[in-house]
Design a protein around this ligand. Structure first.
Ligand code: SF4
Length: 314
């Protein structure tokens, strides 16, 4: 992470009023406490922070990923698995100093990174807290763990601050994105956003089993190919790189409001997951994570791919 200047923190703060932190560009005055589509105000809200051992192995290492779950989200997925936090506002307000202390505490605990979950609505506050923590010795890589619905101008300002981008690529069809996540331009937005992330940090770099920098994309396979898996992988393979690390995720289950949508009201089948893996192989996307078929209906245990198995452990 580069040194964050006061001027840069100010530049981020300017995005809050009128709010254009994310592509929704709600235009509300968050400095005055007005709320836009995401429901995030001025003071940061945090659901929890802790060492997390359930992320991808290069983020977890031996001591865990230093995860901070931020409240609210700029997407409104009807099947969100963290819906209490993202959609129902579960969390508590904290100060910028408080957020900086959480980061430093996670470093004290030996975590390998600061993993910001759903940072998008809070980018200015997160950057201000990172600057404070940096003054007090924070030196961990910063992980930006988001839904992929990001504004490129905001991402450009994050260059040098974020070490590891971990976006989703959720849909390749704006109509599905509108129906299931309330974002009718998702496919138009996610592609330039991922290109900008890749431009900044490149492919994932793993040293001694630990991720240091780069791009790690998550793709959650949805029933009836709602996620547009083939188109998503084609985009990654052709417009980012074939060596992009992709986590092909099988753990979809209907939760929150998914039961109101017939197509989403079931888990995926083994055939659907196999088809997704075949697509990724066909396009040469071999640097990534797969989940074993027999775990889909049991506990989900991420597996190393052959590529990453060869990486020396910590
Ligand atoms: S961060 Fe929230 S308020 Fe700001 S533009 Fe995005 S959705 Fe709207």
């Amino acid at each position: 992470m580069k040194t964050i200047s006061k001027q840069l923190v100010e530049k981020f703060n300017e995005l809050l009023a009128p709010c254009r932190v994310c592509p929704r560009e709600c235009g509300v005055d968050r400095i005055k406490g007005e709320l836009g589509s995401c429901g995030a105000g001025l003071e940061p809200e945090i659901s929890s922070y802790h060492r997390h051992f359930g992320e991808e192995p290069p983020l977890v290492g031996l001591h865990g990923s230093g995860t901070i779950f931020l409240t609210h989200c700029n997407l409104h997925c009807v099947y969100c698995q963290n819906y209490e936090i993202s959609q129902l506002g579960m969390g508590r307000k904290t100060t910028l100093e408080g957020l900086a202390r959480m980061m430093l505490r996670l470093q004290e605990l030996g975590c390998h990174n600061i993993n910001l979950v759903t940072p998008t609505p809070w980018v200015p506050q997160v950057v201000a807290a990172l600057a404070m923590a940096q003054d007090q010795g924070l030196a961990l890589p910063v992980v930006y763990n988001c839904g992929g619905y990001e504004a490129v101008p905001t991402l450009r300002l994050l260059e040098g601050i974020v070490d590891i981008y971990m976006p989703d690529i959720k849909y390749a069809d704006n109509a599905f994105a509108a129906r299931y996540s309330g974002a009718d331009d998702y496919w138009d937005v996610v592609r330039p956003a991922l290109k900008e992330m890749h431009r900044q940090v490149g492919d994932l770099v793993v040293e001694k089993g630990i991720a240091r920098k780069g791009l790690l994309i998550r793709h959650l396979v949805l029933p009836d190919n709602i996620a547009g898996t083939r188109q998503c992988f084609e985009f990654i393979s052709r417009e980012l790189s074939k060596t992009t690390t992709v986590n092909v995720m099988a753990q979809y289950y209907p939760t929150f409001r998914a039961g109101q949508h017939a197509a989403l009201n079931r888990r995926i089948t083994t055939q659907e997951y196999r088809r997704a893996l075949e697509e990724s192989r066909r396009l040469g996307l071999d640097a990534g994570f797969r989940q074993t078929i027999d775990t889909i209906f049991r506990e989900i245990v991420p597996e190393w791919t052959d590529d990453l198995k060869d990486t020396p452990g910590p």
